[in-house]
Design a protein around this ligand. Structure first.
Ligand SMILES: CC[C@H](C(=O)O)C(=O)SCCNC(=O)CCNC(=O)[C@H](O)C(C)(C)COP(=O)(O)OP(=O)(O)OC[C@H]1O[C@@H](n2cnc3c(N)ncnc32)[C@H](O)[C@@H]1OP(=O)(O)O
Length: 307
C-alpha cells in the first residue's frame, strides 16, 4: 500500500518527478524487497512495534534543509523496534517533500547512534525474525539514500553497528572531532545486515571495507578522512552549534533552486546505481526537466560569467 502511495505521488507530481519515477521504474523496483521475496511489511512492522522507546524526529525547514534526529539518548540513540517503523514513516514523508534540497541525519544529545537496541535484538534473535528486520531496514535505508536530497550524516560521539550502517545511507559523512564510526558487527558474531557492507564497499573500496569489518576498527575522523569514509571533519572552533555548522557545510551543495539541486542528486545517483547506458538515459531525462526551466532561463538572461 505504501509502495502504491509513493509511486502515485511520484507519478502525479512535477515533470522532474516523472523522470525520477522512470528512473526508479527502470531499476525495476523502488524497494529492495517486496512480496515476491516473501517480505510482508505489515507483519514485520507489527513485530517491531512490540519494542517501543525513543523516536525519529523530522524537521523540514523553509530553506529546503531537513533535519532527521535519532532520539533515544538514554540508550545512546539505539534503534528500538518502534524507531525502525518511525524511520520508514519519516522517509515516506521526505519522499513527498517537493521543496526539499538537503537533509542532515544526526543523533540527539551529542552522539549519533549505537545500533540496534540490544534488548529488542535479544528478543528476536532467531534467524527468521532477524532477516525480516534486516529486509525492512534495507528497504528503508535504500530509500533514504535514494531521496532526491543531498544528505549528510552528522556524526558526533559514536556510530556503532547499525549506527555505522545508517551513516553510510547518506551521501556525505561529517565527523565531529572525537567521534568514532565502528562496524562492531564481528564482535557481536554478525556481519552488517542493513546494507552497510554493500554501501561501505562502494564508499571506501573493498580492501578498506574488509579491514574495517574484519578488524571491527574504531575509525576516528582522521582515518575516516584518509580512506574516504568521512568527507570532512567538523572543526570545534567556529560559531554555532554542531548542527548549525553542519547546515552551513551542506549549504555549499544545496544553494540554488530545489529542482536543480534535486536534479544534481538524481544524475549522481543514477550514475552510482545503474549500468552506463541506463545512467545515460536517465541523465538525459533529468536534463530535460531543467533545460529551459526557470533557473536555466534566468541564468541565460543574466549573461553570467564563471570567472
Ligand atoms: C551488530 C549489528 C546490529 C545491527 O546492525 O542491527 C547492531 O547494531 S547491535 C548493537 C551494536 N551496538 C552495541 O553493541 C553498543 C553497546 N553499547 C556500548 O558499547 C556502550 O553502551 C556505548 C559505547 C554505546 C556507550 O558507552 P558509555 O559507557 O558511554 O555509556 P553506557 O554503556 O553506560 O550506555 C548508556 C546506556 O545506554 C545503553 N545502550 C547503549 N547502547 C545500547 C544498545 N545498542 N542497545 C541497548 N542499550 C544500549 C546502555 O546499556 C546504558 O543503559 P543503562 O540502562 O544505563 O545500563
Amino acid at each position: 500500500m505504501v509502495l502504491c502511495a509513493v509511486r502515485r505521488q511520484l507519478l502525479s507530481s512535477s515533470s522532474t518527478c516523472g523522470a525520477w519515477a522512470r528512473f526508479l521504474q527502470r531499476q525495476g523496483r523502488m524497494f529492495v524487497y517486496s512480496s515476491i521475496h516473501g517480505f510482508n511489511q505489515e507483519e514485520i512492522q507489527e513485530k517491531l512495534q512490540a519494542f517501543p522507546g525513543g523516536s525519529i524526529d523530522l524537521l523540514t525547514q523553509e530553506s529546503g534543509l531537513a533535519v532527521l534526529t535519532i532520539n533515544y539518548p538514554s540508550r545512546m540513540n539505539a534503534f528500538s523496534g518502534s524507531m525502525m517503523v518511525d524511520l520508514e514513516e519519516r522517509v515516506s514523508q521526505l519522499e513527498g517533500w517537493t521543496d526539499g534540497k538537503g537533509l542532515i541525519v544526526q543523533g540527539a544529545s551529542g552522539t549519533f547512534c549505537s545500533g540496534s537496541d540490544l534488548n529488542a535484538v535479544r528478543a528476536i534473535s532467531n534467524p527468521q525474525d532477524g532477516m525480516k528486520m534486516c529486509m525492512f531496514m534495507q528497504n528503508t535505508l535504500t530509500r533514504l539514500l535514494r531521496l532526491p536530497l543531498i544528505s549528510v550524516a552528522l556524526v558526533e560521539g559514536r556510530a556503532l553497528g547499525g549506527g555505522a550502517e545508517l551513516s553510510t545511507a547518506c551521501d556525505f559523512r561529517l565527523m565531529a572531532s572525537g567521534s568514532v564510526i565502528q562496524f562492531v558487527h564481528k564482535h557481536m558474531g554478525l556481519v552488517p545486515g542493513w546494507g552497510g557492507a554493500a554501501r561501505l564497499v562502494r564508499i571506501v573500496g573493498s580492501q578498506n571495507a574488509l579491514k574495517l569489518l574484519g578488524g571491527a576498527v574504531k575509525v576516528d575522523p582522521e582515518l575516516a578522512l584518509q580512506i574516504g569514509l568521512a568527507d570532512d571533519i567538523l572543526q570545534e572552533e567556529g560559531t554555532g552549534t554542531p548542527l548549525q555548522r553542519a547546515e552551513n557545510w551542506l549549504s555549499i551543495y544545496t544553494k540554488g533552486p530545489a529542482p536543480v539541486i534535486q536534479a544534481v542528486k538524481k544524475v549522481v545517483l543514477s550514475g552510482r546505481e545503474l549500468l552506463l547506458s541506463e545512467a545515460l538515459r536517465t541523465e538525459k531525462d533529468v536534463f530535460g526537466t531543467v533545460w529551459g526551466g526557470p533557473a536555466n532561463l534566468q541564468a541565460l538572461a543574466s549573461k553570467s560569467k564563471h570567472r
